[in-house]
Design a protein around this ligand. Structure first.
Ligand SMILES: NC(=O)c1ccc[n+]([C@@H]2O[C@H](COP(=O)([O-])OP(=O)(O)OC[C@H]3O[C@@H](n4cnc5c(N)ncnc54)[C@H](OP(=O)(O)O)[C@@H]3O)[C@@H](O)[C@H]2O)c1
Length: 331
């Protein structure tokens, strides 16, 4: 894929799972990138030696320190969310934080005359039954679209890659539990997408002006239940696992269970597990015509993520695979 871009691109969330990989893809295409991060040191530790990016320190929750960050920027990626807090109090207010961060961002973008915003949000129907996490992702999309920039929203399901919450939850659950007593939500269907395909769609939006100002559902080639996802992982690893479904596990009990078994921070697990009752399946596939690519099957995606995990720390992708471990031990 060729991506031509003359101006500088602003990337938020560059220290995150998706943003970190998008950063490599952007610099790999020779695109001039400015990153807005809370912790420049964390970002510097994740850069490849040859990688040069402009780093701007700022917190989207603090309106006053965003002055200048979007000056001279034509396109900005919004790859931020506030889940993963370290205290129960922080975890309860992630939606409010995400609202404030998006409002501060779009105000600064309008002031600087940014023409395009590309936002990675979440799939899921609208309505009362939507989980707090998915409803918050949709609220952020609305806030970003209220500005004068043309906002592209990519509504994504679980993104599979080493270091990402969906894959790490799957990995730890299946690896650690020979007998899995699972709640009913394991029969919910989803359409996971590989991290490389996700990054290619994000890059493609930069290249394809027809995506400006529109919202697209994105997903992988396989529609599976969470049970089938666990079975595919089991097959790839040649493990023997027994999966038993019980009706009594409430979302709250399920989060205790996932928190106990996986090192993924509770601030990420709780809203994600609550959201597992909602199907995340594309309602339309217009993106496939605008940004055509061969999508990676789930089984291959799991194989690739496991290979990255095996490599261990050293390069960004595998360093992130150990990221949750580090985070949890620091709390
Ligand atoms: N991962 C998935 O499977 C998935 C699926 C669908 C949609 N998405 C969407 O993709 C986007 C990125 O997700 P992710 O998995 O990459 O998340 P992530 O790894 O948790 O990264 C979140 C990023 O947001 C930054 N951030 C949080 N609060 C901030 C603030 N106040 N100011 C500046 N930066 C802030 C974090 O910076 P620090 O390093 O400073 O904390 C981090 O870089 C989110 O919108 C998410 O909803 C993800």
């Amino acid at each position: 894929m060729t991506v031509e871009m003359n101006g500088k691109v602003l990337l938020t969330g560059a220290t995150g799972f998706v943003g970190g990989r998008l950063l490599h893809a952007l610099t790999g295409h020779g695109i001039d990138v400015r990153c807005l991060v809370r912790s420049p040191d964390r970002l510097r530790n994740q850069l490849f030696p040859e990688e040069e990016v402009e780093i701007f320190q700022g917190d989207l929750l603090k309106d006053e320190n965003l002055d200048g960050v979007l000056e001279g920027i034509e396109v900005a990626y919004y790859m931020v969310h506030s889940m993963g807090g370290r205290t129960i109090g922080e975890n309860k207010v992630f939606a409010e934080r995400d609202r404030i961060a998006a409002e501060n961002f779009i105000r600064a973008a309008d002031k600087a005359g940014v023409s395009r915003v590309i936002y990675l949000g979440g799939l899921g129907e609208t309505g009362d039954q939507l989980s707090k996490h998915l409803a918050s992702r949709q609220e952020v999309a609305q806030i970003l679209s209220s500005g004068s920039a043309q906002t592209t929203e990519l509504r994504a399901p679980n993104i599979m890659g080493a270091g990402g919450a969906p894959f790490e939850m799957l990995r730890y659950l299946v690896e650690r539990l020979p007998v899995m007593v699972c709640p009913r939500w394991i029969e919910t269907r989803c359409q996971p997408i590989d991290i490389r395909d996700m990054v290619n769609y994000l890059l493609g939006c930069l290249r394809e002006p027809a995506t400006a100002g529109l919202s697209f559902d994105v997903g992988g080639p396989d529609i599976v239940t969470y049970r089938e996802m666990m079975e595919i992982y089991t097959k790839v690893r040649s493990l023997k696992r027994l999966i038993i479904t019980v009706p009594v596990l409430t979302p709250r009990l399920s989060t205790y269970w996932v928190n106990l078994v996986t090192p993924v921070p509770s601030g990420v697990v709780n809203p994600l597990v609550e959201g597992l009752r909602n199907e995340v399946i594309c309602r339309e596939n217009r993106i496939r015509e605008l940004i055509p690519m061969q999508l990676m099957p789930l089984e291959q995606s799991i194989c690739n993520a496991l290979k990255e995990v095996e490599k261990g720390p050293g390069k960004l992708v595998s360093q992130q695979a150990c990221f949750f471990q580090d985070r949890k031990s620091n709390t």
